[in-house]
Design a protein around this ligand. Structure first.
Ligand code: SF4
Length: 220
């Protein structure tokens, strides 16, 4: 499934929006969404990125990004690390002075990414159906600029995430520990109450783009 051509990337969409998640939530951000994913999370909201994609070279992508005149850029998916061209594109964007976020599902080694990129590793909780696919050595590679994210669908997911956070002292080692509730499965108020009860050093994140726009709108 990996695509090892570094000169051609398969891109689902390029768009400018407000960053909806992470510690940069609320900032204008340019998004590069890669096509293709090696997982099938039960609650996935980007299944439209599983297949296809428009073939583009790193220079063609850079041309679009440059026209946005926005310092913050995020590479997301799908799963970007399935395409070997992700690394040279990331290097190009960093060379141009962008603050670069790369969101990955954490199933492939993240040390292929250049220093300077801020990695947001989505650690798949049991209710996603994909937690057995996590590549755990990635946890040791995270640094104080990186962020980790847990998407929670239940109390069981919350307790699992809380244990992982404590076991790997993620709240001390990473720039942010982000907890999101799956819409329709877990109420954010309940999640907030659990976090307060446990004095968990994590950040509750609401998906800002789904509050501003409709939850199924694309390109936002
Ligand atoms: S990793 Fe992301 S894109 Fe892939 S199935 Fe899970 S939620 Fe969807």
């Amino acid at each position: 499934m990996a695509i090892n051509n570094v000169d051609a990337l398969y891109i689902n969409e390029l768009f400018l929006s407000i960053q909806g998640e992470s510690s940069r939530a609320g900032l204008p951000c340019g998004f590069i969404r890669f096509a293709g994913c090696n997982l099938r999370c039960v609650w996935c909201d980007t299944a439209y990125a599983f297949e296809g994609g428009k073939e583009m070279s790193p220079d063609e992508i850079l041309k679009v990004v440059t026209q946005w005149h926005i310092p913050l850029v995020e590479i997301t998916g799908g799963e970007p690390l399935l395409q070997f061209g992700c690394t040279p594109l990331a290097e190009l964007l960093l060379e141009k002075g962008h603050t670069l976020l790369i969101e990955t599902n954490g199933t492939l080694p993240i040390d292929v990414l250049p220093e300077g990129a801020i990695r947001i590793m989505d650690i798949k909780c049991p209710d996603s159906g994909m937690s057995d696919k996590i590549y755990w050595p990635n946890i040791e590679l995270l640094n104080c600029r990186d962020e980790v994210k847990f998407v929670l669908a239940s109390r069981g997911d919350y307790e699992w995430a809380r244990d992982v956070i404590h076991r790997y002292t993620l709240e001390k080692r990473c720039a942010a520990v982000l907890l999101s509730a799956v819409t329709g499965d877990l109420d954010a108020a309940r999640l907030a109450a659990w976090m307060l009860e446990d004095q968990l050093e994590a950040r509750l994140q609401l998906q800002l783009h789904k509050i501003i726009w409709s939850s199924d709108q694309r390109g936002v």
